[in-house]
Design a protein around this ligand. Structure first.
Ligand SMILES: *[C@@H]1O[C@H](CO)[C@@H](O)[C@H](O)[C@H]1NC(C)=O
Ligand SMILES: *[C@@H]1O[C@H](CO)[C@@H](O)[C@H](O)[C@H]1NC(C)=O
Length: 311
């Protein structure tokens, strides 16, 4: 009742009865500007509005000076000064009586501390301030998900999910065939035989010792207090490594190598390489016109006979 003390002061001085004088002295000691806020740590989502409340509990000065400062990374800057909204918040903010600051269409860069300062020259205590911590929440955008396409049975695989916009930082959750993958595989019979670790902060799902049943469609959801977003499902196939197939394949390869080596040996022993080298050097130039210079000497006669027969 002493809050709007101008009238009280008037009453006190006019009727100086002892009770009112006592009242006056009590009142006089409260001639101070006292501020209050309804919420020291407000938050709102991006593009929404917020009221940073600055209520005057007590004052005895008409037209007190009201200022708002924004403090970001320790740097203060004016938001409201000499009854003007700063350029940064121009057309986006206004003062609501008595000193509340309303910001509309919030952006993520509005996250900061805001200080309401009221100076009342006529008061005994002429200054008060309240400090408000504003958090603008940003909902996640579609996360980037990476899922290996095909992995052999028994191997490890790392599935990654990440998102950079959200504030506060989101939690990540993985799904297989639309079913949430539990932190503990034992808690859902469908994941009982799988062995993996899931990190909801980093978005990493790490399988160790993959099984065929781990094949499926995987997708991830990023979520914070402002909202959520998910990536499209991607298929991971866990395939059997066919041991018999591999062994047979290696045997076939070894067999083929053996055949080639035997072939090369025989050709060498039969003088193929020597003869063709001689041909290259044109030692038997007269004979080379019939293209038969690779024939072994002992066969030469017979073959020559045949070739002359052909001609
Ligand atoms: C809100 O601000 C964003 C940019 O931060 C702008 O694109 C949008 O048009 C604004 N919306 C309104 C209603 O002013
Ligand atoms: C898990 O393994 C057990 C024994 O190998 C099998 O009976 C069961 O069907 C498997 N469960 C799943 C979900 O694959």
């Amino acid at each position: 009742m002493c809050t709007w003390s101008q009238s009280v002061l008037f009453t006190c001085s006019r009727k100086a009865s002892p009770t009112i004088l006592l009242f006056f002295t009590v009142c006089f000691t409260t001639f101070a500007v006292i501020l209050r806020t309804t919420n020291k740590t407000p938050w709102a989502n991006e593009f929404n509005s917020i009221e940073l409340s600055c209520l005057i509990e007590s004052i005895s000065t008409n037209n007190p000076r009201i200022e708002w400062k924004k403090i970001k990374n320790g740097e203060p800057s004016y938001v409201y000064f000499e009854k003007q909204i700063s350029r940064e918040l121009e057309n986006r903010a206004y003062i609501k009586e008595p000193a509340t600051l309303v910001i509309t269409n919030l952006t993520r860069s509005d996250t900061a501390q805001y200080r309401c300062e009221v100076t009342a020259h006529m008061d005994h205590k002429t200054f008060d301030e309240v400090l408000i911590d504003l958090v603008v929440r940003v909902k996640p955008v579609v996360p980037r998900c990476s899922v290996p396409r095909a992995v052999p049975v028994g191997q490890s695989a790392e599935l990654r999910c990440s998102e950079d916009e959200a504030f506060p930082r989101p939690q990540y959750q993985w799904f297989r065939n639309q079913e949430e993958i539990p932190q503990d595989p034992k808690s859902n019979p469908k994941f009982l035989n799988s062995s993996y670790t899931i990190n909801h902060e980093t978005g990493t799902l790490l399988f160790t010792g993959l099984r065929k049943e781990d094949s499926g469609q995987y997708h991830c959801v990023a979520e914070n207090d402002a909202g959520y977003a998910e990536c499209g499902p991607q298929t991971m196939e866990v395939y059997d490594v066919n041991i018999i197939g591999i062994v047979l394949g290696m045997l076939a390869l070894a067999g083929a190598l053996l055949v080639i080596m035997v072939g090369v040996c025989c050709a060498y022993r039969n003088g193929y390489f020597i003869r063709s080298r001689e041909a290259g050097n044109n030692y038997k130039a007269p004979d080379s016109r019939d293209g038969l210079d690779y024939i072994k000497p002992e066969d030469e006669g017979g073959f020559r006979h045949k070739s002359s027969f052909v001609i």
